[in-house]
Design a protein around this ligand. Structure first.
Ligand code: SAH
Ligand code: SF4
Ligand code: F3S
Length: 443
């Protein structure tokens, strides 16, 4: 293979895909590829896709047609499609998009390297659930922040969700291997790790014998690693949010005061049809337990409106719950029917206009409560991990608090440094302030 091949990779979807893309890049560079500045400059045009909602599909397909246009001008270009969309359509991709050369699911990323280093000229698809991307070399987007894939797949059966079919059954990675991986990240300058899994806090249930470890135990072992100053994880499931994990937030110095706890709906009847396996009361009980052990913990969530059969009363139950909990932030989605899921065939699908109206009403409450919650930070001095220049004013810096709030601030420092910032103002999305004059924190 000639040493000067270049790839261009576009990533869609969640943090797991961002992680997988870093591994794809690491793998491609290990076989001699380098990154191209644009698609038109690339020998290999790659997409790491998402299929969580219909919009995700539409966005990606517009990009895929751009790749076709490039390939018409430069027929030698290889077009590759990985990730959840690829997995969900499998070999159909070649009939629908004949210019695609290689397609692979999230469990088959290493096959991309095999394909590229073989002499095969025919289109190929790889869709077994076989390997962890976490075993591949990584090319990190941020020097001081690292993703750690602790498990793959999902054993839940949420009736709206395509993920169990695109990521397969849940498999946890060996805890010793994960600790070794985080140690080497720390040695490489990583300060903050985010542990990833589709249902991250059910980690370890499938491990046997000496390898057995719970999620809380894994958190403890990672917290003990020198150099790791912040630990985050996403996404936990409320049904698996056990007290030992909540206590860990109070006890482990590196574990951040932020929990993303996906709600989906505040109506027990809707939760039941969603097959979430908890009720409104059980969810609120988890929130109460979090607030009891970690009073200042930031809470964020995901909410779906317009699930089939959602009545005005169901929706109001969601609004009330969001009002009551007072989230620090929330991702809000209009229900989108996905191929092959149970909910797509349920009766009483909700009209688009009604979904949009409910979304607007929900967003109003989310933002108002988030702005109210953010005010508790004004006047406090908070530890901030610098990420780079502020996006709105390059003369200022941008960083993140342990609560996962973005802060724009006046100060001097390099990405990856932990500094103290006096918070002067807050909106629903961001905080603003100035670096404290006592100088950088230890570390
Ligand atoms: N494994 C994670 C992430 C799932 S996808 C978890 O369970 O939390 C992220 C969010 O997308 C979900 O929490 C849900 O709110 C939303 N989502 C998933 N499928 C959807 C669908 N069909 N329509 C609308 N939103 C959906
Ligand atoms: Fe989808 Fe539910 Fe699994 Fe999350 S827990 S990935 S929403 S099936
Ligand atoms: Fe999308 Fe797959 Fe993540 S469907 S949200 S990329 S798990």
């Amino acid at each position: 293979m000639s040493p000067d091949k270049r790839y261009h990779l576009t990533t869609f979807g969640c943090q797991m895909n961002e992680h997988d893309s870093e591994r794809m890049k690491g793998m491609l560079e290990s076989i001699g590829y380098s990154e191209a500045a644009s698609r038109a400059d690339a020998d290999l045009i790659l997409f790491n896709t998402c299929s969580i909602r219909e919009k995700a599909d539409e966005r990606f397909i517009a990009h895929l047609y751009e790749a076709r246009a490039i390939k018409r001008r430069a027929p030698e270009t290889i077009v590759g499609v990985g990730g959840c969309w690829a997995q969900s359509v499998k070999d159909e991709v070649f009939a629908r998009f004949p210019f695609v050369d290689v397609a692979f699911g999230p469990g088959q990323v290493p096959k991309l390297a095999e394909f590229l280093t073989s002499d095969s000229l025919s289109a190929q698809g790889f869709f077994e659930f076989e390997s962890f991307t976490g075993h591949l070399p990584a090319k990190r987007a941020r020097e001081h922040q690292g993703w750690v894939q602790i498990s793959v797949g999902c054993n839940c059966a949420c009736s709206y969700c395509i993920v169990p079919s695109t990521r397969g059954r849940e498999v946890s990675r060996d805890p010793d291997e994960l600790v070794a991986e985080v140690r080497s990240l720390a040695a490489d300058g990583v300060r903050e790790v985010t542990l990833l899994g589709q249902n991250v806090n059910s980690y370890g249930r499938d491990l046997r014998g000496e390898r057995r470890a719970s999620f809380a135990e894994l958190l403890g072992r990672i917290d003990a690693i020198d150099g790791i100053r912040r630990i985050r994880y996403t996404s936990p499931h409320p049904k698996d949010m056990r007290e030992d994990v909540i206590r860990a937030h109070a006890e482990l110095p590196a574990l951040c005061e932020h929990i993303h706890l996906p709600l989906q709906s505040g109506s027990s009847a809707v939760l039941k049809r969603m097959r979430r396996t908890y009720t409104r009361e059980r969810y609120l009980d988890r929130v109460a337990l979090i607030r009891e052990h970690v009073p200042d913990c930031a809470l964020t969530t995901d909410v779906i409106v317009g699930f089939p059969g959602e009545t005005e009363a169901d929706f109001e139950a969601t609004l009330e719950l969001v009002e009551e909990v007072g989230y620090d932030g929330a991702f809000t989605f209009a229900y989108s029917p996905r191929r092959g899921t149970e909910a797509a065939d349920l009766p009483d699908q909700i009209a688009h206009e009604l979904k949009v109206e409910r979304l607007e009403r929900l967003v109003e409450v989310v933002q108002r409560r988030a702005a109210e919650r953010a005010r508790r930070f004004v006047g406090r001095r908070l530890e901030v991990l610098i990420e780079g220049p502020s996006r709105t004013d390059p003369a200022r810096l941008r960083g993140r608090t342990r609560h996962n709030k973005v802060v724009n601030f006046d100060g001097i420092g390099e990405p990856g440094e932990l500094v103290e910032v006096d918070i002067a103002a807050a909106s629903s999305q961001t905080l603003s302030g100035a670096m404290s004059l006592v100088g950088p924190l230890r570390g």
